[in-house]
Design a protein around this ligand. Structure first.
Ligand SMILES: [Zn+2]
Length: 577
């Protein structure tokens, strides 16, 4: 926002977005977001702190910036003159304001950059102050929130400014090791060395509406490549579509989103006994499952009215904060995930998302995850483990995306990595097959301590149609294949693949989505509760044992008397017969 004539300076501002003349007080009340066009004006660091934290809770760090000029840099004026002018102009010692505060009642360490101060550039003092803020978070055992606004590294400090990217990052690594949440709030603009370090290597990256983030700026890219840049290049919405940020958040919602994330992180650090359960978890009765034809069950499992993962997040869970993106280049719409509460307890929920209408199904790729979807899921699983949040997965997919692009992007390896990561994830995992459990795409979310299945769900190595096409004369034999594959819950309980069936309201979940959600909530809560007190190492050992038992081989016979080549290979490891 630019102010108008001097005498009106305190009263009126002109919006940079739509040129509306706005009453200054009204603009302030609206958090400096234009009420006409929604344009978010840049905030200085003190304003930003005031907007984000609980009133009167901010305590600046005692550490002060040291004025440095490590390489005696001079352009048209000596660097110290520029520093002095920035200090006078902003009233700040440096381009960052650091301290501790409470946010939504949760303690937090906070560093907020100020673009007015030499373009928010990252020099030795800025890097040191942010690093000390991270160290303070580590010492206090609190999350760290970084609000970025920067053109990049401070060239007047030469290679030492470049080193600040590593200085801050190694401090963030310490918080990661300690399981303390780190969140960056990317504001406009965030570029260069800040974008390529602590703006994006935090656990969660929130982008404020209107923010732009990139490594190279648009002008440089145009100069180097001569290319015309796509519409909205490097805007928050563009970054979300390309998997670079978790969420785009309008300014008025930032505090609430941050508070929800901080609450989840704080709950993960409390011992399970101290957590209140608002509603008692009642064990769902084990049911035998429908006795009807398995092909009918397949059709029920695929019913378009069946509740989806997002439906369950609305009904069986509370306070869902969706996190997006694989941080590599895409955000797969067929996988949704994020932090939510189950009976008041924060959990990480990850699930396949289908839809009820054709348009919804197409938009979600029919619940068939791309490699980016599996990588998003992996990122959220690992985040959950770091924050000691249990993971709940909701499985409903015909299978992983079988397309050309998916193959090129490593679909097989992406699924493989998830299966391996889940098998050793040091936090409780409960999986629920809610509809179709299709093949490797399903297992990529279903290596769990407890595997549940809705009464009318199916779980199979291949679709009945696919199986029929390969093993029968033609795919019209799908109903026979469905019977042969033993893909119903009752069959899978007998085989030990599934631990418990979750009852559905009559005739099935699509007839009473709210009732289905209630059954799911109870079953997940009842299965999760006993896992919460199990030490992570025991949990992982038991989970590995659970999946160890499915092999079949007979132990080798007595040792051979002569072994060709001279190496004794007899005996081998004992196998389950
Ligand atoms: Zn405007």
């Amino acid at each position: 926002m630019t102010t108008t004539a001097p005498r009106d300076e305190q009263l009126w501002s002109r919006c940079d977005g739509c040129a509306s003349l706005l009453y200054r007080k009204r603009l302030r009340r609206n958090l400096d977001v234009c009420p006409e066009c929604g344009s978010h004006a840049r905030l200085d660091a003190p304003e930003r702190v005031a907007q984000l934290v609980d009133p009167d809770s901010f305590t600046p760090l005692p550490d002060r910036a040291v004025r440095v000029d490590p390489i005696d840099f001079v352009d048209v004026v000596p660097y110290p003159h520029r520093l002095g002018a920035a200090r006078t102009g902003t009233g700040l010692d440096e381009a960052v304001l650091c301290g501790t505060a409470r946010l939504g009642g949760h303690p937090v360490a906070l560093a907020v950059m100020d673009f007015r101060f030499l373009g928010g550039s990252l020099g030795c003092a800025v890097g040191e102050l942010i690093t000390r803020t991270a160290e303070r978070a580590l010492a206090d055992g609190t999350p760290l929130v970084l609000v970025t606004a920067s053109g990049g590294a401070r060239m007047q400090e030469g290679a030492l400014s470049l080193m600040q990217m590593a200085t801050v990052s190694q401090a963030l690594a310490g918080l990661r090791e300690a399981g303390l949440l780190t969140v960056s709030v990317v504001t406009d603009p965030t570029y260069g060395g800040v974008a390529a370090s602590f703006a994006t290597n935090t656990d969660v990256v929130l982008a404020e509406s209107g923010a732009r983030l990139g490594f190279a700026g648009p002008r440089v890219i145009r100069q180097v490549t001569g290319a015309t840049l796509p519409d909205g290049f490097q805007t928050a919405e563009y970054l979300l579509r390309h998997g670079q940020v978790d969420l785009v958040v309008p300014r008025h919602a930032l505090r609430g989103r941050l508070a929800a994330l901080l609450a989840a992180a704080e709950a993960g650090r409390r011992p399970p006994a101290a957590r209140p359960a608002s509603r008692p978890a009642v064990a769902a009765p084990a049911v035998a499952g429908p006795a009807g034809d398995p092909w009918e069950t397949v059709r029920t499992a695929r019913h378009p009215g069946r509740p989806t993962t997002l439906d369950y997040l609305e009904t069986a869970f509370d306070g869902f904060v969706e996190l997006h993106g694989d941080r590599l280049g895409a955000d797969c719409p067929a996988i949704v995930g994020g932090v939510a509460r189950l009976d008041g307890r924060p959990v990480m929920v990850i699930g396949h998302q289908k839809g009820h209408t054709t348009a919804e199904l197409v938009a979600r790729n029919f619940g068939m995850a791309s490699p980016a979807g599996h990588r998003k899921a992996l990122r959220l699983m690992r985040l959950a483990a770091r924050l000691r949040l249990p993971v709940v997965t909701l499985v409903d997919t015909p299978g992983a995306d079988p397309g050309v692009a998916a193959e090129q992007q490593g679909q097989a390896a992406a699924i493989a990595e998830n299966i391996l990561a889940l098998s050793v994830l040091p936090t409780p995992v409960v999986a629920v097959v809610t509809g179709e459990g299709g093949s490797g795409g399903a297992l990529a979310l279903a290596v769990a301590d407890r595997v549940l299945m809705l009464e009318h769900a199916v779980y199979s190595v291949i679709s009945p149609e696919g199986c029929a096409a390969i093993l029968w004369p033609d795919s019209s034999a799908a109903p026979q294949a469905a019977r042969a594959l033993r893909l119903t819950g009752a069959d899978l309980c007998r085989l030990g693949v599934v631990d418990e069936l979750v009852p559905e309201p009559s005739p099935a979940a699509h007839g009473d989505p709210a009732g289905a959600a209630e059954h799911l909530r109870r079953a997940v809560a009842a299965n999760l509760a006993p896992l919460l007190t199990v030490p992570p190492a025991t949990l992982v050992r038991r989970r590995r044992q659970r999946f160890r038992r499915f092999g079949a081989a007979r132990s080798a016979g007595p040792p051979a008397t002569t072994v060709p080549g001279g190496t004794a290979s007899a005996g081998g490891r004992p196998e389950v017969a």
